[in-house]
Design a binder for this molecule. Structure first.
Ligand code: NAD
Length: 359
């Protein structure tokens, strides 16, 4: 594997376990990474992707599993971080047997790892996984579509950002620019309108999503993708793909608060997290504000109750205020403060586990 050492990486970022899967009959080929299980079983979805190399697949799986550790820890869940990537062309590989083979691998981990859907896998696919293991969530008829819950968490994060900047979270006093009106952006705009938002601008690439917004909410103003950054608004909400906060876009943003659903919104966490802080903008860290989806599936493990899941997602507001305090106290960007917050919780629970208590 060239200059890349698996064990160096495991040591450096404290990975617990890497499992390679190869099922000869179905062609299932992939990797499961368990990063950290201090807080509970490692949870992370299964992604199918046509990676250019095994190294690229492993690197992606390592990065995603570690991200899940931070996300669940910061969300206050008793879950660790893990992920599965399956290598190949999803359109050619998918079958009942393929996903049942995956289910058998998941079962062999005996509950150390729980899977769910992710890029190129669906609730239907997870139904096949569930034929072989109980350690799968996001099933049809259970916690359902996570996006409205994610959007509700983001809505509460927007309020926390406003409160931090202006001392109140009265949505009707403020204006918003939403980038992406897909699964999460669409619902977020709905919550903002319901709360009486003063003005909302949105941008989209998908004509069907532009049409839907124009039809359902004509008062929401469409702007071209490149114009969304420069809008004179109070909140910029990235709800499209990752990397939209970068050296080119950050200087153009006029909003004093950035709060949206997009994963990996910062192109470079350190460089661009600091750039945003130096401009005096309040940034709601992505893995904290968009945790509604994982909070939702977590409730599926405990016995799903929609109201409890929604109430839990709303707690993202308080969590962000705590993180803003850490950032201020430590003079670090909020993204870094969020990692410190997650690490502190893992460490505190780790210390608790030093004493043996039979249950
Ligand atoms: P989605 O694909 O349903 O919506 C994204 C929308 O953004 C699409 O309609 C797309 O056309 C649009 N878009 C893409 N690039 C754009 C651009 N440059 N300008 C304008 N519009 C653009 O995805 P989603 O489920 O809403 O997820 C959005 C982000 O939130 C992703 O980064 C995702 O990883 C993250 N996220 C989603 C959830 C969830 O529950 N859905 C949970 C956590 C994180």
């Amino acid at each position: 594997m060239g200059g890349f050492s698996v064990f160096d990486s495991m040591q450096r970022y404290q990975y617990e376990q890497i499992i390679h899967l190869y099922d000869h009959a179905t062609g299932l080929k992939g990797i499961t990474v368990i990063h950290n299980t201090t807080l509970g079983p490692a949870l992370g979805g299964t992604r199918i992707w046509n990676y250019a190399s095994e190294e690229e697949a492993l690197t992606d799986c390592l990065r995603l599993a570690r991200g899940m550790t931070f996300k669940s820890a910061a969300a206050g869940l008793n879950l660790g971080g893990g992920k599965t990537v399956l290598i190949g062309d999803a359109s050619k590989l998918k079958s009942e047997a393929y996903f049942r083979a995956l289910g058998r691998y998941v079962q062999s981990l005996n509950g150390r790892y729980i899977t769910a859907e992710d890029v190129n896998t669906s609730t239907k696919d997870m139904g096949y996984v569930a034929m072989e293991t109980d350690h799968v969530v996001g099933l049809e008829g259970k916690s359902g579509n996570p996006s409205p819950v994610t959007a509700l968490g983001v809505f509460n994060g927007v309020k926390a950002g406003l409160f931090k900047k202006f001392g109140d979270a009265d949505i009707e006093k403020y204006s918003f620019a939403v980038q992406g009106a897909g699964q999460t952006g669409y619902y977020l705009i709905g919550y903002l309108l319901e709360a009486g938002a003063k003005k909302i601008y949105f941008t989209e690439l998908n004509p069907a999503h532009i049409e839907r917004m124009k039809r359902e909410h004509p008062e929401v103003v469409f702007v071209q993708p490149d114009e969304i950054y420069g809008q004179e608004v109070d909140v910029f909400s990235p709800c499209a793909l990752g990397g939209s906060l970068n050296g080119d876009t950050i200087p153009r943003i006029k909003a004093p608060v950035i709060a949206g659903s997009a994963n990996n919104a910062l192109l470079d966490e350190e460089v661009h997290g600091k750039m945003i802080m130096d401009r005096g903008i309040i940034y709601c860290p992505d893995f904290v504000i968009n945790a509604g989806g994982i909070i939702n599936v977590y409730h599926e493990i405990k016995g799903y109750n929609r109201e409890r899941a929604l109430a839990d997602a709303a707690r993202i507001y308080d969590r962000l205020l705590d993180i803003f305090d850490i950032a201020e106290r430590e003079h670090v960007p909020t993204q870094q403060a969020a990692k410190m917050f997650a690490e502190q919780r893992i460490e505190a629970v780790h210390q608790l586990q030093r004493t043996f208590i039979p249950r």
